[in-house]
Design a protein. Structure first.
Length: 200
């Protein structure tokens, strides 16, 4: 449940992606230009996602590879709230898109955490994915046109969702760390070789 709610909140914080052309249009360009302006942030975001995911696998770290993209996304939300300046609002879109890497790494963290039988693991992952995907439904109500063109309230909701998901990841990381310490202590007492460890 904890991981499902965490991923649900991350999905809610990424709800801007469903309304990206609308956010791009708030800069005052025509429809074609607004749509073309959507491309560069997503190209950079996709490249960043591959780099962050790869670095997370190489280092074996999940927590900081979730938190850092979310913090960059929060910076983008704050910039968008702070100004209607065209250049800064466009820059904010680049920052927001970086937070998509957090979802990918968090989903990987979920997959790495379950070491039970395949059937239990499959059921748990399905439940978590279902809870996570429900964020797409609830977050569609975060962007009413009446809140435009600044969408301050929408950005504040995204900031709140990101902040709560970071806190939940911190608690989860602490729980896994204690589980690793308990496993290590048990192996020392029983003289067993090093076994399974959770990725933090």
């Amino acid at each position: 449940w904890w991981l499902g709610i965490t991923l649900h909140l991350i999905t809610c914080s990424l709800s801007f992606s469903n309304f990206f052309p609308t956010l791009s249009a708030t800069m005052g360009y025509n429809v074609t230009t607004s749509l073309l302006l959507c491309v560069p942030p997503w190209i950079l975001g996709t490249a960043t996602l591959f780099v962050v995911a790869r670095h997370s696998d190489v280092t074996g770290d999940r927590f900081w590879h979730i938190v850092c993209p979310l913090l960059v996304g929060i910076a983008g939300f704050v910039i968008a709230i702070s100004t209607m300046n065209t250049a800064l609002r466009y820059l904010s879109l680049f920052f927001m898109v970086q937070s998509t890497a957090a979802y990918v790494v968090c989903l990987t963290w979920v997959l790495n955490t379950f070491s039970q039988s395949q059937s239990k693991r499959a059921a748990a992952i399905a439940l978590i994915n279902t809870i996570s995907s429900s964020g797409l439904i609830s977050s569609s109500y975060f962007w009413p046109s009446s809140w435009g063109p600044s969408y301050v309230n929408s950005y504040l909701i995204c900031i709140l969702a990101s902040a709560v998901s970071i806190a939940m990841c911190w608690v989860f990381r602490g729980h896994l760390s204690r589980c690793n310490e308990a496993a290590e202590a048990e192996e020392k007492v029983l003289g067993l070789p090093e076994g399974f460890r959770y990725l933090l």
